[in-house]
Design a protein around this ligand. Structure first.
Ligand code: HEC
Length: 99
């Protein structure tokens, strides 16, 4: 039994780590955020801020995703804290120059 479980566990752990901050953040972003912010962060639909120019620190990004701001809807019921972390990490990769 353990002989089957251990490789399975290792597989789950390694694939979990390898998708962190890349694949999942981007998929979440494309699904929840790109309609306003655009795939590269610059679309500006409904007055959405340009994420390439955003200077917000992690805590403020997480707060804004959780609670929303004016037209931007709150995501705390749709996203887990882990997913919000993935998203913060991903949107910072859109910044130019990357910070
Ligand atoms: C309905 C459109 C809409 C969606 C969907 C949306 N946003 Fe926004 N977002 C906005 C608007 C509008 C603002 C500007 C809010 C303000 O300050 O008035 C904004 C601002 C932001 C800011 C602040 C940038 C700064 O420097 O002040 C961040 C970060 C952000 N959005 C991230 C996200 C993320 C991540 C998602 C997906 C989970 C998302 N947004 C989904 C409309 C949207």
């Amino acid at each position: 039994m353990y002989i089957i479980l251990i490789p399975l566990l290792l597989f789950l752990i390694t694939t979990g780590f390898s998708t962190r901050h890349t694949g999942e953040g981007q998929a979440l972003y494309d699904h929840h955020c790109a309609r306003c912010h655009g795939a590269d962060g610059t679309r500006g639909m409904f007055g959405a801020k340009n994420l390439q120019k955003s200077l917000l620190p992690d805590t403020a990004i997480a707060l804004q995703i959780r609670n929303g701001k004016r037209i931007m809807p709150p995501f705390k019921k749709k996203l887990t804290p882990d997913q919000i972390d993935e998203l913060s990490a991903y949107i910072k990769t859109l910044r130019k120059p990357a910070i």
